[in-house]
Design a protein around this ligand. Sequence first.
Ligand code: ADP
Ligand code: MG
Length: 294
Amino acid sequence: MAPQYNGAMNLLSTASTERESKLSDPNVLLSFDRVTLGYGDFVVLADLSVQIKAGEVVAVMGGSGSGKTTLMRAATGQLPPQVGVVSVFGQSLIGLGGAGLQSLRQRMGVLFQHGALFTDLNVFENVAFPLREHTTLSEAALTNKVLETLDAVGLKAAAHLKLSAISGGMARRVALARAVVREPELVFYDEPFAGLDPISMGVTARLIRRLSDRLGCASVLITHDVAESFAIADTVYLVGQGALKAHGSPATLGKSTDPYVRQFLDGAPDGPVAFDYPVTPDFERWAERKGVGR
Ligand SMILES: Nc1ncnc2c1ncn2[C@@H]1O[C@H](COP(=O)(O)OP(=O)(O)O)[C@@H](O)[C@H]1O
Ligand SMILES: [Mg+2]
């Protein structure tokens, strides 16, 4: 069941004219306006402002547990923000019920982290699945659309194969095809490079850029892989330590002397990035019950 947004929880700031002018820009497909995200009383990311326009590939980067998937959940309306306003296609998600969210989600595509394909379906049927579920296309039109999309990821001639007959890199391309087959205006790729060999990673990155350019959509690439995302992103947002640490073009961020940015980009073990998992209120309650210190 889709969550109902609670408008009362959102503190509307006074900068409403600024926000209205941003929202009235029809090219802004996703906007986070001073958003705080978390679970219960645990804050994952505070005071986050992000804007993504049509045609852009934006990389959201950060270490494991920094809140990247949480950010995507907020953008797709699965997780209402604790504070602030999330808008998609110029429409605030506050107060939107299940039907309203559903109609916005129709225009989004998602490649889920660990997003499983259906192992009992062949390549063609995996990509056809969203069309069969959500559209009333004729079988001929559906077949055309699926084959055209498989062609775009170089797998038209693999349409008939069982999933057990394809490699991990090919499977990821099938998942990309499935995410974009309905021609979404906004696409999220959550860890699309995870578990791939270096060549497949490069292929996947280039495909994301190419699919985005072809569809003219906005793409949000969620990853911790620096080389791949810097190669294809227009803008990079780096999150960590509960906040947005830096954002800018790959060229600008690459020249940054900020210690946090440098540690992340250079993959250095020592620096400001915390090694310890943060103490949460949930942990404190658990520790209290268990009778252990924190
Ligand atoms: N459903 C949930 N309930 C409580 N805490 C969660 C939930 N999902 C994620 N978290 C916590 O939120 C933080 C951010 O998680 P996540 O967004 O998955 O990070 P990332 O995708 O960057 O690895 C982590 O500390 C994680 O343990
Ligand atoms: Mg994640």
